[in-house]
Design a protein around this ligand. Structure first.
Ligand code: URP
Ligand code: ZN
Ligand code: ZN
Length: 454
């Protein structure tokens, strides 16, 4: 495959400049002015468009058995909807049940993804129990390039682990040079608050947020940071949702704790009033940590622009309306999650760059480059450089549209962003040199995605 992309403005590694990009095979082979097309090359005119490195989503759930049901995506559906939204690599949370052996979970998840994902992918290895066999499997998987673990401080009795296990995971990660990613909510406090609210007859989705308040997440964040500090590991807080939790994470960073911070697009753009809608309309917006008071958002956006917050992910986790009805009788049974993989880049561009809260350079950094650097994918991914994989997004900032489940490609029957306006859209998306999206449609090769060892 030879592609010449002409006249676009490249935005990568903190810089922007007009240049042509030549792609030969799966990599970028030249960047320069007035490049001429080799024989047989496909030429794409990117005048008036940006050329971004393919975006990376560091936090998605594709296959997920959770709360008695399964998230709706397959690796085929999730990867295509990701690509249409400009995401060319995703990192999935492998999350076996605590009763399952990690080795079995790995084989199951890896087998489902293999040959089915249209874009490249890798995994955070979920540690949902601790024993000698789990430790041995973690050592083997890290040796095979699975260089990040995932722990849940929340979800008592499901994915959650106790402090003893958390300490062992962090210690092992420090030894192996593996990043520990963590869902930071104090599981015991959540369980107590849930029972208290239910016993008071407070059963609707509007009680989900009060059952896991900001302070509970702030405590979880400080707690995790302490374990990272004590073991000398490298930690990464996933889906941080509010200013108090941010303060806890930044306090740790000030002490020299190696901690990176992720926010997710629902927390930047939606708020708790959505989950306060009655019945299933509110249940559509139940995720954990919950959508918060809108007052948190200016702080999150400012910290994102300054780089105090490192990355923007989705926590993509689609459950359909029928599944959301599982929680009709009590909010604790609503499957947690909101789909967002197709919308992250356009929402971040619109409500960040276009609305003046985020520079174009930082937008690319937070949604691609920084993620690649943290998780060992850079400079293969996350940059427009000679020698890097030709994962490119030709982005049309002139596009104006509205998000709707009716036109979205996600394998779900509602969108959490229904009716939300967007100011830009990927026009062409390439994966390792192949055009995978053109004019908003998937035109790539199903199942071509590769497992990325890091
Ligand atoms: O509500 C969420 N976030 N669902 C997916 C599981 C998790 O905690 O990331
Ligand atoms: Zn989580
Ligand atoms: Zn998640």
């Amino acid at each position: 495959m030879t592609l010449l992309i002409k006249n676009g403005e490249i935005v990568s590694d903190g810089k922007r400049h007009k240049a042509d990009v030549l792609v030969e095979g799966e990599q970028i082979s030249q960047i320069g002015e007035n490049l001429s097309a080799p024989a047989g090359a496909t030429v794409i005119d990117a005048s008036g468009k940006y050329i971004f490195p393919g975006f990376i989503d560091p936090h998605v759930h594709i296959h997920l058995p959770f709360m008695g049901t399964f998230a709706k995506d397959t690796h085929a559906t999730g990867s295509v909807t990701a690509l249409i939204g400009g995401t060319t690599t995703y990192i999935e949370m492998l999350a076996p049940a605590g009763s399952e052996k990690l080795r079995d979970g790995w084989e199951h998840w890896n087998g489902l993804a293999s040959g089915n994902s249209a874009c490249d992918y890798t995994f955070h290895i979920g540690v949902t129990r601790w024993d000698a066999e789990t430790e041995q499997t973690l050592r083997e998987l890290a040796g095979q390039g699975m260089k990040s673990f995932k722990v849940f401080l929340a979800y008592k009795g499901a994915f959650g682990i106790d402090d003893q296990a958390l300490y062992q995971v962090c210690k092992l990660a420090a030894e192996l040079g593996v990043v520990v990613t963590a869902h930071c909510e104090n599981a015991d406090l959540v369980a107590e608050l849930q029972q208290k609210l239910l016993s008071e007859g407070k059963t609707g989705p509007e009680w989900h947020e009060p059952s896991r308040p900001e302070s509970v997440e702030a405590e979880g964040t400080a707690h995790f940071a302490t374990f990272i500090e004590m073991t000398g590991a490298h930690g990464y807080v996933v889906h941080l949702s509010n200013a108090r939790a941010l303060d806890a994470a930044l306090d740790a960073k000030k002490r020299g704790v190696k901690l990176d911070i992720e926010v997710v697009i629902p927390h930047l753009t939606l708020d708790k009033t959505y989950a306060e809608r009655p019945g299933v309309e509110g249940a559509k917006y139940v995720m954990s940590p919950p959508l918060r008071d809108k007052g948190n958002q200016p702080r999150l956006w400012a910290a994102l622009e300054s780089g105090e917050i490192d990355t923007v992910a989705t926590d993509h986790c689609p459950f359909d309306i029928e599944q959301k009805h599982l929680g009709d009788r009590q909010f604790t049974q609503i499957p947690n999650g909101i789909p967002a993989i197709e919308d992250r880049v356009n929402l971040l561009y619109t409500y960040g760059v276009s609305r003046g809260k985020l520079s174009l350079e930082r937008f690319v950094d937070a949604a691609s480059t920084r993620t690649a650097q943290i998780f060992g994918l850079y400079p293969r991914k996350g940059t427009v450089q000679v020698g890097s994989d030709a994962d490119l997004v030709i982005y049309d900032p002139g596009y104006r549209g509205t998000i709707s489940a009716a036109t979205s490609h996600v394998n779900n029957d509602y969108s959490g962003f229904e009716g939300v306006e967007i100011d830009g859209k990927p026009e062409v998306v390439t994966v390792r040199g192949e055009v995978a999206v053109q004019g908003g449609q998937f035109v790539g090769t199903p199942g071509r995605g590769r497992l990325l060892r890091r």
